[in-house]
Design a protein around this ligand. Structure first.
Ligand code: C5P
Length: 397
């Protein structure tokens, strides 16, 4: 996996002659695996065309806060939520001043105000401007707000001056963006995650299963890997590619998943039961394909063992996190599950809502322990996954 695989970067391009390097910044971010969407400010558009950014990013360029059509397809709030990080390169003195004043005067400043993703700025301007106390003061305000500075380089400038103010080389900018995502919070920790749907055979060609895609489990796996954990995935039927940096164990039925978990649970620090395990399996699996007849057919089902419950019963149990997919009495049902299963936390998922949950790329959850509850607002499963991992680290590790 590349350092920016599955990362969504919003690149803001503002008014500096160095804007001509922005397509190269896009390419270097893509080299590291990122998907890029560009915002071009009015000043930026004086130096570079929308088409160059569109051709390199392979996405429509966003440039107008007041464009109804653009707001309908991906509005500024959606763009702010879409981003895993926002990079402004080049960041002009004017954009830096607007950010420092907290202005919402164009699309870029609005998106920065509306995001909770990390923001990086790579200033580029004349060396005298960069050395001015106004720019320095504005930058110190931004640093105090945790905005990361990618300092400009010293050298010959487009205007003929020599000094500090040249945009940092695009490959170095891309590397600094990738460093935002590397963390050591889970270094040395082992995490076992179940994901996807189990398949309960009826006969050699038919089975019982469910709609789980494995997307939430994979988002948790990626977030754990990013944080430095050693991850084992025990997966059933999934509709997404798995990470190459984890140990991946394929299973079919709930019984097989149970056995694989029990064989691999020793020494794990955290167990996340994200799989949609069938509650029941067919009692007598037919050896041969069941023939169609004009009479009723009854399948006798027996309960599957609950993997999460059995892991929670272990003498040396890891931190155990379960999921609760509910359609009614959400909190009450989730609290009961927390108690009945004996786990440390439950992640409550409202599956009655059609626009997120099963199969979707977005989700909205509540992280619940006996004493604590935190809603994680609707967002991409990747961002929700990172927040869940952050809470696990903060509360339990
Ligand atoms: O009881 P229910 O199926 O709603 O519980 C959901 C939680 O329990 C999920 O975390 C799921 O992965 C886990 N589970 C399990 N083994 C089962 C059934 C559910 O680990 N047989």
């Amino acid at each position: 996996m590349k350092t920016l695989t599955n990362k969504r970067i919003v690149l803001g391009v503002s008014g500096s002659i160095a804007a001509y390097k922005a397509p190269d910044v896009v390419r270097r971010l893509q080299d590291l695996g990122a998907e890029v969407r560009a915002i071009l400010t009015q000043g930026g558009a004086k130096f570079i065309t929308e088409l160059s950014l569109q051709a390199t990013s392979k996405n429509k360029v966003h440039n107008n806060l007041w464009d109804n059509e653009a707001e309908l397809s991906m509005g500024h709030i959606e763009l702010a939520k879409w981003a895993d990080a926002i990079l402004i390169a080049p960041a002009s003195a004017n954009t830096i001043a607007n950010l420092s004043a907290g202005k919402a005067c164009d699309l870029l400043t609005n998106v920065v105000l509306a995001t909770d993703a990390p923001v990086l700025i790579a200033p580029a301007m004349n060396q005298q401007m960069y050395a001015s106390s106004a720019v320095k003061d504005n930058l110190s305000v931004l640093l105090a707000r945790n905005i990361k500075l990618i300092s400009p380089e010293f050298g010959e400038q487009a205007c003929g001056d020599v000094g500090e103010g040249r945009l940092t080389e695009p490959s170095k900018i891309a590397k600094q963006v990738s460093e935002v995502f590397s963390s050591t919070k889970l270094t040395g920790k082992k995490i076992l995650i179940t994901l996807g749907a189990t398949i309960e055979p009826i006969d050699p060609v038919r089975y019982l299963s469910n709609h789980s895609s494995g997307k939430m489990g994979m988002a948790l796996a990626r977030a754990s890997i990013e944080a430095g954990a050693k991850v084992t995935l025990i997966y059933g039927n999934v509709s997404i590619p798995l990470s190459e940096e984890s140990t991946n164990i394929l299973v079919g039925s709930g019984e097989e998943m149970h056995q694989a978990v029990m064989e691999n649970i020793k020494d794990q620090d955290v167990f996340i039961a994200c799989a949609a395990v069938s509650d029941y399996r067919v009692k007598n699996i037919e050896k041969n394909k069941i023939k169609k007849e004009n009479t009723e057919l009854t399948l006798e089902l027996i309960p599957n063992k609950d993997i999460l419950v059995d892991v929670c019963k272990l003498k040396q149990k890891p931190i155990c996190i379960g999921f609760a997919a509910e359609t009614q009495n959400l909190i009450e049902n989730a609290q009961n599950k927390l108690k009945n299963k004996g786990c440390d936390a439950i992640i409550l998922n409202d599956v009655s809502k059609r626009d997120f949950g099963f199969k979707n790329d977005e989700n909205e959850v509540v992280f619940l322990t006996k004493k604590y509850s935190q809603k994680i607002e609707k967002n991409s499963k990747q961002i929700i996954g990172r927040k869940i991992i952050e809470i696990i680290v903060e509360k339990f590790l």
